[in-house]
Design a protein around this ligand. Structure first.
Ligand code: GLN
Length: 305
């Protein structure tokens, strides 16, 4: 299949959408990005890649980081992790508090903010003051790229404006489901959101999930086959918050979005994809990115269904 010409078709077909959607505005560093960007990278198992737009330009990965932290926590805790964070779609916005109150502070899944904060707490229990360094090292390992860093300005803005996340962590702590100091945990969470990666780096970093837990470029085993299956399932059912059903319906691939405008998607046994376009739909997912992936699976027949 000629993936390069498919990417070119997609780029021309998404043009009419460039007056829809709004970039994330809760912090200045994200509000000020150029809204009219579009890039997409495809990484195949044999190292071949295809791309369109500025595929090496880094952006704030935000909630895509939740895939890495969940993988790391699942590796450390196995099934026990589900005692503290469940694996059901929430049907609510990514930063919602409501279910926590009547579900004993157990977040519905690790990809909403509440669940990612509990996941971060579980990592702080293991790695203590070096939690963020360990998360970053893990991301460098799965990406096979030592150059990945976080953005200090975005991190500071998250700290300054993160009222909803402080509310979430306090609520969860009141139910006894945060075991460490709130400041240490929230800083770890905000730092992981502030990591900067390019579409090429992100697509490469997801290849292990397309290949039963083993990175096909390095043959390194990152996670067991069974855990890779679970992570993919959660990406399909929960990766886009209250638009997860819509994403599964339109795209039909496991995927994870972030408010920075990135989406990663997994084509099992074939490839990993990352698309970046910062205009968001009302659920906080890249509007053009979602459309581009829908066009991709329609044109290639590569949905999992
Ligand atoms: N930093 C954002 C927040 O915590 C991440 C949310 C997202 O990407 N959906 O609100």
């Amino acid at each position: 299949m000629n993936y390069q010409s498919i990417l070119e078709e997609i780029e021309s077909e998404i043009q009419p959408l460039f007056n829809e959607g709004k970039v994330a505005s809760y912090i200045p560093a994200l509000a000020n990005v150029n809204p009219n960007q579009f890039s997409m990278s495809i990484q195949m198992f044999d190292g071949t890649s295809f791309g369109i737009g500025e595929v090496n330009k880094k952006f704030s990965i935000q909630s895509i980081s939740k895939v890495f932290t969940f993988t790391l926590a699942l590796n450390n805790y196995g099934k026990d992790l589900y005692k503290r964070v469940s694996h059901e779609p929430s049907g609510n916005p990514f930063n919602s508090l409501v279910q926590l109150e009547y579900e004993n502070g157990i977040p519905r899944n690790p990809f909403i903010n509440a669940g990612a904060i509990v996941t971060a707490d579980s990592l702080v229990s293991i790695y203590k003051k070096n939690s963020f360094e360990n998360i970053l090292d893990f991301i460098k390992k799965v990406s096979n790229d030592e150059t990945i860093t976080y953005d200090e300005e975005i991190f500071n803005s998250e700290l300054e404006h993160g009222f909803r996340n402080y509310a979430l962590i306090n609520m969860i702590k009141s139910f006894g489901n945060i075991h460490n100091n709130i400041d240490d945990v929230i800083k770890t969470y905000f730092k992981q959101c502030s990591i900067m990666m390019s579409p090429v780096q992100l697509a490469k970093s997801m290849l292990f999930l397309a290949n039963h837990g083993e990175n096909p470029l390095t043959n390194e085993c990152i996670i067991t086959e069974s855990k890779a299956k679970r992570i993919n399932s959660l990406m399909l059912t929960c990766g886009h918050y209250d638009a997860s059903g819509d994403f599964a319906y339109k795209v039909g691939l496991p995927g994870k979005s972030g408010v920075g405008g990135g989406i990663v998607a997994i084509v099992p046994k074939k490839m990993a994809i990352c698309v970046y376009s910062p205009r968001l739909n009302i659920q906080g997912n890249s509007l053009i990115g979602t459309k581009a992936l829908e066009l991709f699976t329609t044109k290639t027949g590569l949905s999992i269904f």
